[in-house]
Unconditional design. Structure first.
Length: 276
C-alpha cells in the first residue's frame, strides 16, 4: 500500500489521538523517579489510557509478521536498550535514562510519541546524549515542508548526531501513521538530501531518531522485542508525529507538558510557516 494522504476529517481525528498520546506522557512524568519499576509505569499508563481517556493502548497484543504479540501497553527502554523494551520488574535507579513510547488509538486513529527521562541525578554524558537526540529530532522536523524529501530529514538527523560524536541506528525508522499503526512511508534517520519520496500536504508520519553514544550496531534480545546496543553504550530516542501542511509542518503530539521547542527550531518554523 502506498502513502496515504489524509483528508481534513482524518487530520482532525489525528490531532485528537496524538494530543491524547502526549497527555499520557504528561500524566506519567511525576512517577518517573528512582525506585519505580517499569511495570508500574506501564500499569499507570494503561489505567490512564483506558479509564480516563477512553483510548486503546496500541502496543498491547500488537503482532506484526514474525513477532509474538507484544505483552504490555507501553515500551520502556532503559539505558542501552534502544527501543521496544518490555515493562517488567526492573527498578529504575539514579542515573538511569529511560524512553517511554506511547501509542494510543482513539476512534480508530493512532497517536504516537515518546520522550526521554533522566532518572534522579543523571550524569552529564547521559544528559548530553538525551539533549542531542532531542535536537536531532528537531533537525529532522524543521526540514518538513511540501517539496522537501525524506532524504532531507534523514540527512539533517544524521549530520547533527555524527557532528556530536554519536551514531544513528539504521534498522529502525519513523513511519506513516493514521488508521494503521505503521503505514508508508518509512522515515529513515540517515541519508542524502534530495533523495526518496517528496513530501506532500496531508502526509502524516513520525520522526523518531534512535541515537547511540557508541557504535550504531544493535542486537535483539531473546524476548523477541527488546533491541539493545551491541557495545552496551547508552541509547536515546525522542518522537513526534508530524503533519505536512501546505506551508510547512504541524506537530500533532502536543500537550501542556511537552518539552520546549528549541529556539532555533522556533525561528525556522516561523520562516517556514509551521505550527509547533
Amino acid at each position: 500500500m502506498g502513502i496515504v494522504i489524509k483528508t481534513e476529517q482524518d487530520i482532525a481525528a489525528m490531532r485528537v489521538a496524538c494530543k491524547l498520546a502526549a497527555e499520557v506522557l504528561d500524566y506519567v512524568t511525576p512517577y518517573v523517579k528512582p525506585g519505580v519499576t517499569t511495570g508500574e509505569l506501564d500499569r499507570l499508563c494503561h489505567d490512564y489510557m483506558v479509564n480516563v481517556q477512553g483510548t486503546i493502548p496500541a502496543p498491547l497484543n500488537y503482532a506484526p509478521p514474525g513477532y509474538t504479540p507484544y505483552p504490555k501497553s507501553i515500551c520502556t527502554s532503559v539505558n542501552h536498550q534502544v527501543c521496544h523494551g518490555i515493562p517488567g520488574d526492573r527498578v529504575l535507579k539514579h542515573g538511569d535514562i529511560v524512553n517511554l513510547d506511547i501509542t494510543v488509538i482513539k476512534d480508530g486513529y493512532h497517536g504516537d510519541t515518546s520522550r526521554m527521562f533522566v532518572v534522579g541525578d543523571g550524569g552529564q554524558p547521559a544528559r548530553r546524549l538525551c539533549e542531542v537526540t532531542y535536537e536531532c529530532m528537531w533537525k529532522g522536523i524543521v526540514q518538513v515542508r511540501p517539496g522537501a524529501t525524506l532524504g532531507d530529514i534523514g540527512h539533517a538527523v544524521q549530520t547533527h548526531a555524527e557532528k556530536n560524536g554519536f551514531s544513528v541506528v539504521r534498522e529502525f525508522c519513523g513511519h506513516g501513521i493514521g488508521r494503521k499503526f505503521h503505514e508508508e512511508p518509512q522515515v529513515l534517520h540517515y541519508g542524502r538530501p534530495g533523495t526518496l519520496d517528496k513530501l506532500q500536504p496531508g502526509m502524516i508520519f513520525t520522526i523518531e531518531p534512535m541515537i547511540n553514544a557508541g557504535r550504531r550496531e544493535i542486537r535483539e534480545l531473546a524476548d523477541g522485542w527488546t533491541i539493545v546496543t551491541k557495545d552496551h553504550s547508552l541509547s536515546a530516542q525522542w518522537e513526534h508525529t508530524v503533519l505536512v501542511t501546505p506551508t510547512g509542518y504541524e506537530i500533532l503530539t502536543v500537550s501542556a507538558g511537552m518539552p520546549a521547542v528549541p529556539e532555533w527550531a522556533r525561528a525556522d518554523a516561523a520562516v517556514a510557516g509551521a505550527t509547533t
